[in-house]
Write a protein that binds this ligand. Sequence first.
Ligand SMILES: [Fe+2]
Length: 203
Amino acid sequence: MTNFVEIRPRELKPALLELDGISRTTIEAHYRLYQGYVTKRNEILGRLPDVDLGAANQVYSEFRALKVDLTFAVGGIKNHEIYFEHLGGEGGDPDAAIGALIERDFGSADAWRADLRATGMAARGWAWTAYDWDEARLFNYVGDAQNTFPVWNATPLVALDVYEHAYFLDYQTDRSAYIEAFLKNLDWGVVNHWVGAYRVPVD
Ligand SMILES: [Fe+2]
């Protein structure tokens, strides 16, 4: 069995507690859910070495349960690390590299926003703007849970959490109002940093 290293939750940026339209109470509760994904990821990876590989079974087996639920925990970690990291900004239109990519692949910032809003309204968990390395373009992908529906070789650059825990306290069932608040708090500087760090080609 492969070795693994326990990971710890990333610190929450202080700016996340002062967002415009997403309350401190919501963020603090949301951050505790993220901490739970980290705890469970460590717990699952710690248990896997002791599982009987010979008993692996597709209908039910401990190995299957741990492997499936690991994808939920790891998905929850990755999704929320993007979400928390790229909030705390001034929103507005995307600029610099991400602005150029969005203009090229969606036609305009407004068209990107309209598609992301609709993707968020159509999702049961997440909407992501990701760069697909095979198609060499951005696309807004839909997700119903932490572990659905990843597309291989695509890198998420914007992660919109539409689980009810992200907005119910502030907006009850008005998800569209929450999506507007999310857009108002996006930090395009962080997204542009990722575009550069991942070497997404912009031309
Ligand atoms: Fe969440």
